[in-house]
Design a protein. Structure first.
Length: 737
């Protein structure tokens, strides 16, 4: 639907994301228009495309999908526009005087002959030129946004693009639309390619081929966790993406890769088994990790500590007797610069951390505890009784010049004698590199994790590569303690990890299985369990139950499961405000998950102020504000952040999440969906990871056939990384020095 009218009043405008609430009037009636729009002032004429809806609080509104700004016509509208506050120094009196003097020619004078404005009382030559500059800037912005919309770019994205390129927007897009892939978050190859096609850019242009390679390297990092691609595989993927003859693609890609290498964007490494192509910054990250890790390992200060007595004292105070494997793990941690402690649930990793803490603190050494996520760090704090921070918080993420920086880095080191990192399997290379860069030479680094869990969501395979390297001391815990043996969750997790079917004992058990053999029945069963049966049985809130799905799609996948669980657990209510976004709803009380790293999102925690919300952070919507279309979300670690509509795509409902997103988390009750999926996805380590997320109860809903297939499917997706061989190279080099 298309409407047009004059802007009578700007009720609200968010300058960051363009979300606006306006009163727009034509000759017959007024309407409240809401949505993302370019900078608009009172008196302007708008053409708006969208549709009507009824807001439960504010009544009828026109939801804007596309907005075209026209300069006002009519002397009253022109005067109102000039005095709207957009033009610094022009009030109502000055605006009326300008219009009285120049009439319908006012805008022509401002644009082409601004010096004539000096004839108006109170307008100096400088003010005249300021008015001219403001007018030109507005005109450039509106022309750019209109031009982008003509290329089928959404208004929200158009505003993002203009914010980056400013007046050069259309020139940049027209000369090389593929720059969008590198410069603008949310623009992929398909979008840039569509724009380029509309501009007549050839399918074999250098811009297109180069952009295709950059897109592929970005995608394999975000989707598969690779840090490089073998050139042969990269060429095959480029062939599929670009849609050209294979020989043509090969020649064009070879030239493009050479150009990207010469300009420092990619690194090309000739190896015995393949030729690796990767972003140069990723190559330098892996190289730095290898350098720092080997250096820490080789330059450990000798503390001359006999800790047998310390271990005995810890056992006496805590009332436990440590297994030989635990005792050796403690000794390794104390006596090595870098040490890995790995083991499944119930093998005593927390006991070891507490013992290590006791020993180092008795020697008055500074120990820092950290983990990759807020939920994991909170759990570490609760289990040890000591403060634990996220790695980002430990490094003190700060923003200078609009860019996120860590206060502690290669120049300003952490003042810690020992750093213990829990859930290290979740660490991607970027975060791990930042941590290593901030660690002083001589500091001990203790890495704790479960090698059999899924690798990190982000690129790299940090824990697996370090273990595969072989020259870093590893304490692998295999003994399951008595408290673990009494839990079927723990016992079955180890059975699954060993390739054995879990024990099912559905009475008085913490591990339950519900045999269901079709998608619809799985959906109904899970919703009923989460909304009614389990809360009634355990006397808990449904929010303490986490549904885990292997798949996002399908009837019983994450996306549809969330809609049904929202309807059952947090239904529509007159007392709960809500906002529609895309094809879903965000409602007060909803459980949500943040799905990307946003380093500049502000948050509060009591009197503490900080920035940065990260992939996998889970929280609840505490407030929905209809006036400015914002959501206030409180996360598990009590950080509170406000989301404007332009970043709503960074959150999703989290009644159900993928198993990958659950890494490093622990939930009171986990309900695991086992229906369908590719063999490369339905694997043993995925089921093992899902089961080990449960603290009090694990419930599997699906077919025994699917469960049997996953238990027997020991497939592990290979991640292309260079870290393991770089560690070997660094060890040889540093030992030779």
């Amino acid at each position: 639907m298309l409407i047009s009218g004059t802007v009578e009043k700007v009720i609200f405008r968010n300058s960051e994301n363009g979300y606006s609430v306006l009163i727009v009037s034509d000759a017959s009636h007024s309407v409240t228009a809401v949505g993302v729009m370019p900078q608009i002032t009172e008196g302007e004429t708008l053409e708006l495309e969208g549709d009507y809806s009824v807001n439960q609080k504010f009544g009828e509104q026109f939801n804007v999908k596309k907005a075209t700004v026209c300069l006002p016509t009519g002397l009253d509208s022109i005067a109102k526009y000039l005095s709207s506050g957009l033009f610094k120094g022009i009030g109502e009196v000055t605006a009326d005087a300008i219009v009285d003097e120049f009439g319908e020619d006012t805008f022509d004078i401002i644009e082409k002959k601004p010096i004539k404005l000096k004839s108006i009382r109170g307008v100096s030559a400088k003010k005249a030129m300021d008015i001219h500059e403001t007018f030109i800037s507005l005109k450039d912005m509106q022309n750019a946004i209109l031009g982008l919309q003509k290329l089928d770019i959404t208004l929200n994205m158009a505003l993002k693009i203009y914010k980056i390129y400013g007046r050069a927007t259309l020139d940049t897009i027209n000369s090389n639309p593929y720059r969008l892939i590198e410069d603008i978050d949310g623009v992929g190859f398909a979008t840039a390619d569509k724009i380029a096609g509309g501009l007549g850019i050839a399918v074999d242009s250098e811009f297109r081929v180069r952009a295709g390679i950059i897109h592929l390297l970005k995608n394999i990092a975000s989707e598969k966790g690779h840090t490089y691609l073998p050139k042969e595989e990269l060429l095959n993927k480029a062939f599929d993406l670009l849609g050209l003859e294979y020989d043509v693609v090969t020649d064009l890609c070879e030239m493009a890769i050479t150009t990207l290498e010469v300009t420092g964007i990619v690194a090309v490494i000739e190896r015995d088994i393949d030729t690796a192509v990767m972003f140069s910054k990723v190559y330098l990250t892996e190289r730095n990790i290898a350098n720092k890790l080997v250096s820490l390992s080789l330059n450990c200060s000798d503390l001359h500590m006999d800790i047998e007595g310390d271990i005995a004292e810890y056992e006496r105070i805590s009332g436990i007797v440590m297994h030989e494997g635990q005792r050796n793990a403690v000794k390794n941690a104390v006596n090595n610069g870098v040490n890995i402690i790995t083991g499944g649930p119930g093998t005593g990793k927390t006991t070891i951390i507490k013992c290590i803490l006791s020993i180092f603190k008795s020697r008055h050494l500074e120990v820092s505890l950290c983990a990759p996520t807020g939920r994991a760090s909170k759990r570490l704090s609760e289990s040890t009784g000591e403060e634990a921070k996220t790695i980002h918080r430990l490094l003190d993420l700060d923003f200078k010049n609009g860019k996120g920086n860590f206060t502690f880095n290669s120049d300003t080191k952490l003042q810690a004698d020992v750093i213990i990192v829990d859930e290290v399997s979740m660490c991607d290379e970027y975060v791990f590199n930042a941590l290593l860069s901030a660690i002083n030479r001589g500091c001990r680094l203790i890495l704790v994790g479960d090698k059999d869990q899924l690798p990190s969501v982000g690129a790299g395979n940090v824990l697996g590569d370090i273990i595969g390297f072989g020259d870093i001391p590893i304490s692998e815990l295999t003994y399951i303690y008595r408290q673990g043996q009494e839990s079927l969750i723990i016992a079955n997790a180890h059975r699954i990890n060993n390739g054995d079917m879990p024990i099912i004992r559905n009475k008085d058990s913490d591990f339950l299985f519900s045999e269901v053999d079709n998608q619809s029945a799985v959906l109904d069963t899970v919703v009923n369990m989460v909304a009614k049966r389990i809360p009634n049985y355990l006397n808990i809130n449904p929010s303490a139950i986490q549904v885990l799905c292997p798949m996002k799609k399908q009837l019983s996948g994450v996306n549809n499961m969330n809609k049904e669980l929202q309807r059952a657990i947090n239904p529509e209510s007159k007392t709960k405000a809500e906002l529609r976004f895309m094809d879903g709803i965000f409602r007060e009380g909803d459980k949500v998950i943040h799905i990307v790293n946003n380093y500049d999102l502000d948050w509060l925690r009591g009197s503490e102020v900080g920035q940065g919300v990260f992939n996998g952070d889970i929280g609840f919507i505490r407030k929905v504000n209809h006036v400015d279309n914002t959501l206030t979300i409180e996360f598990d670690d009590e950080r509170v952040a406000t989301y404007s509509r332009d970043i709503f795509e960074q959150i999703k409902l989290a009644y159900a999440i993928t198993v990958h997103k659950s890494q490093g988390c622990e939930f009171d009750v986990v309900v695991i969906v086992l229906m369908g999926g590719m063999p490369t996805l339905m694997t043993r380590n995925l089921l093992y990871t899902a089961v080990t997320r449960a603290k009090s109860m694990s419930v599997i809903v699906g077919s025994s056939g699917n469960m049997s297939h996953m238990v027997s499917n020991n497939f592990t997706a290979k991640r292309y990384t260079l870290l393991k061989e770089m560690l070997a190279e660094e060890m040889s080099r540093q030992c030779a020095e």
